[in-house]
Design a protein around this ligand. Sequence first.
Ligand SMILES: Cc1cc2nc3c(=O)[nH]c(=O)nc-3n(C[C@H](O)[C@H](O)[C@H](O)COP(=O)(O)O)c2cc1C
Length: 178
Amino acid sequence: MSNQLVIYKSKYGATEKYAKMLSELYDFDMVKVSDFRTSMIQHYDVIVLAGAVYASGISGLKVLQKNYSDMKDKIVAIFCVGASPYDEKAILQIKNHNLKGQYSDLPLFYGRGAWNEDKMSFKDRTLCKMLKKVVAKKDPAAYEPWEEALISAFGKQHDWTDECYLKPLIAYIQTNKK
Ligand SMILES: Cc1cc2nc3c(=O)[nH]c(=O)nc-3n(C[C@H](O)[C@H](O)[C@H](O)COP(=O)(O)O)c2cc1C
């Protein structure tokens, strides 16, 4: 058993791939948000919440917020996964949108995920189609990174997952370990 845990929520597999990389390359135990129990916290020194970005929200974040008071003496971080290319400004926007008040100091890291409309639920595919139509009417110079990714990825399959995205998270953990 490791002293590092990744709690993850993944709809289409990209975030789960990152959780597996953490497990295989960096000796993390991994647990799905739905299988996570508060009693697990005591066994770990490092806790990472890995969640996909959906409409700017980080999935699975609630479980971290619900249990945050029991994690005060741990190294806690968030790794979020989206279709946008890595972009400091976009990550700051995700941070401001998701981490307010007592959570605003939580370190947030980002990895690029995947895109495959064939895997999407009917609802998600319809939503993305509608969004694409709206975005297509905008001036491309004014696209947000996620909008740009949506326009260029639509109709194609992509897997941008790469272990290099985990490096800043691992460096943060190593720096903060006692
Ligand atoms: C309905 C919907 C909304 C999405 N919203 C965003 C978004 O706001 N920002 C972003 O970067 N990616 C967004 N994505 C892309 C997903 O975050 C990306 O495909 C990610 O790899 C999904 O992770 P998962 O496979 O672990 O579920 C969205 C995808 C869908 C289907």
